[in-house]
Design a protein around this ligand. Structure first.
Ligand code: AMP
Ligand code: MG
Length: 329
């Protein structure tokens, strides 16, 4: 019976979540947003610094636990933006020293996949479509393998850049989804699947040119972008299902909030007799409950660093999903 406090701070979101016996007791977060322009890492880190204490107290209060009951602190170690990751790491170290409890270093991408267990997914292929990351991940032969990924931009960052170019703020995904619903005419855009990988920079250039031309309709562009790019994601996800022989597709990441992407994944799964799993929104986007959830699994297997040994612990801004030592399965 462990109570694990998780901390998430890889990018725009600072969150604290508390999990006990695989149940989420609280999941509090605050995200950095802008009216114009994208994420400035130093500004996002400042946002985290200003809000962390309040989020921490809110998470404790919502969970009905007090600080002394926490058994360990799980931290999102990477991948992510270094200034943001440092905010979480420093907070974790201070707390660890204060309450004399260990730290569990967690990979953010793997946490997105493992939280799928709450939806009933047992051994899924995950389409992880977030801001900075776009990967098709599945567990195979002792590691989480990347079966396909973006060769350049993460799909969320791509959509945000498109939105920013069209004069919209951050995050652009929800705005573009709304515009896309009004789009009527499909405009052919480059379809860029290379083996199991996708590439988005060429499509972005194409979209930018069209935005600059006077007769482009933003609703039609948003609609065509979604149809094209989401079809690319679904194609590689389906191929990963075929290759691994697995029968479950799990969505993860902020872009997975998009109802058209969900619909396209559901249709593909129905057509090939696979099950489709999509966590609720609060667990799809960056959140700390998933960090605590995986942290608890690792903690129960004895994977943690005692509070007297945490000085050497560092962030891993470029940690790859397939680098992670999986000692808990
Ligand atoms: P994450 O990094 O996983 O928290 O996801 C953040 C990304 O998700 C940002 O790039 C958002 O623009 C994107 N996003 C959020 N909601 C939607 C949506 N409804 N459609 C497309 N992208 C979205
Ligand atoms: Mg994420």
């Amino acid at each position: 019976m462990a109570i694990i406090l998780g901390i998430e701070s890889t990018a725009h979101t600072f969150g604290i979540g508390i999990v006990k016996d695989g149940k989420i007791l609280s999941n509090v977060k605050k995200s950095y947003v802008t009216d114009k322009g994208g994420i400035i890492p130093i500004e996002a880190a400042k946002h985290h610094n200003e809000n962390k204490e309040k989020i921490y107290l809110g998470a404790l209060e919502n969970s009905g636990t007090n600080e002394k009951e926490i058994d360990a602190i799980a931290i999102s170690q990477g991948p992510g933006l270094a200034p943001c990751l440092l905010q979480g790491m420093n907070f974790a170290k201070e707390l660890s020293k204060k309450i004399q409890k260990p730290i569990i270093p967690v990979n953010h991408c793997v946490a997105h996949l493992e939280i799928g267990k709450l939806t009933g997914a047992k051994d899924p292929v995950m389409l992880y479509a977030s801001g900075a990351n776009t990967q098709i991940i599945s567990y195979s032969s002792g590691k989480f393998r990347i079966f396909g990924e973006t060769l350049d931009l993460g799909v969320g960052n791509f959509i945000d850049t498109f939105a920013r170019y069209a004069g919209r703020g951050f995050p652009g995904g929800p705005i573009i989804e709304k515009l896309a619903k009004e789009g009527k005419n499909f405009i052919e855009l480059p379809y860029s699947v290379k083996g199991m990988d996708i590439s988005l920079s060429g499509i972005l250039t194409n979209l930018k040119k069209r935005i600059e031309s006077e007769n482009s309709n933003l609703n039609d562009l948003a609609y065509s972008m979604q149809e094209t790019v989401f079809a690319m994601l679904v194609e590689v996800s389906e191929r990963a299902l075929a290759h691994t022989g697995k029968k479950e597709l799990l969505l993860g990441g902020g872009v997975a909030c998009n109802s058209r992407l969900q619909e396209m994944c559901r249709i593909m799964c129905e057509e090939r007799g696979a099950k489709f799993f999509c966590p609720e929104k609060s667990l799809l986007v960056d959140n700390a409950a998933m960090i605590a959830f995986l942290g608890e699994i690792m903690f129960n297997k004895g994977i943690f660093i005692s509070s007297n040994k945490i000085d050497a612990l560092d962030i891993c801004p470029r940690q790859r999903t397939d680098e992670v030592e999986v000692n808990w399965k």
